[in-house]
Design a binder for this molecule. Structure first.
Ligand SMILES: [Zn+2]
Length: 261
């Protein structure tokens, strides 16, 4: 095969066998069926890390974190303590794979809902080691910059002023992995806002984690059909209602608190 450092090859023969519990409600949820799980790598109570049973991406090492044993939960319904435990667990394994030196880079992300690209409804995240691709090569600082919604000494949450794909992208930034609690708290707020208070409530979102210049960053993105201007021309769009989103989040989640000056 031609050497390729920019595109992942999707393995259709494996993809065809994969169950789809988002499109098909009658499919038995493979993540509820915990007694038949195989290749478990680690667990902390009801949080389980295992090898992906359907590794559809060539030249990768694909793992899945099953977040909970409750199929109907989501990140907005977990207790604060549970959410913190989950993000600690996820970051620990993400960075352990990164530090193993076996991969060119390691991605950590979550799909939720039909427009997110996800196929299984049960709450889960994915950690994938990439043999040949460094996801950081295409990153720019500007995609993480934006209007600060809230800031503490350990980190911040902002609304992208130059989003990577377009419209609403929340960036959660911490400066030290010891501050994963702050990461967890801000992610939970962003997810709650997206699912309950964004426009009429948006049923799909993605989380993408980045280890970028000594910072740990999570992008939380509500998902709709991707803008054709981005698909065709890579032109991201930005909303003229950003201030409204920032103010609404401040009043809903931070008692109207403005960020630190
Ligand atoms: Zn389930």
């Amino acid at each position: 095969m031609i050497e390729n450092n920019t595109h992942l090859q999707f393995l259709f023969n494996i993809g065809e066998k994969k169950p789809n519990s988002i499109d098909n409600n009658s499919t038995i949820c493979p993540f509820c069926d915990t007694k038949n799980l195989t290749d478990i790598l680690d667990r902390d109570g009801t949080i389980i890390l295992l090898k992906n049973k359907y590794p559809t991406l060539d030249n990768t090492f694909q793992t899945v974190i099953i977040e909970t044993d409750n199929c109907d939960d989501d990140m907005s319904t977990y207790s604060i303590e549970y959410m913190r435990k989950l993000i600690h667990f996820g970051m620990k394994h993400w960075l352990a794979l990164e530090n193993s030196g076996e991969f060119k880079s390691v991605i950590f992300y979550k799909n939720h809902g039909p427009y997110s690209g996800g196929t299984i409804k049960h709450p889960h995240m994915q950690i994938v080691g990439l043999n040949n691709i460094d996801y950081r090569e295409s990153l720019k600082d500007e995609i993480f910059q934006g209007t600060i919604i809230h800031e503490s000494k350990n980190g911040l949450i902002n609304l992208s002023s130059k989003p990577r794909v377009g419209f609403t992208e929340f960036n959660i930034i911490i400066y030290d992995r010891q501050n994963a609690d702050t990461m967890a708290d801000y992610i939970q707020i962003a997810v709650h806002y997206i699912l309950n208070n964004f426009s009429a409530g948006c049923g799909s979102f993605n989380l993408f984690f980045y280890h970028w210049k000594d910072k740990f960053i999570c992008k939380a993105i509500p998902r709709y059909v991707t803008s054709p201007l981005f698909v065709g021309y890579s032109i991201p769009q930005v909303s003229n209602r950003m201030d409204r989103i920032v103010e609404k989040m401040q009043s809903l989640y931070f008692n109207g608190e403005k960020p630190l000056e």
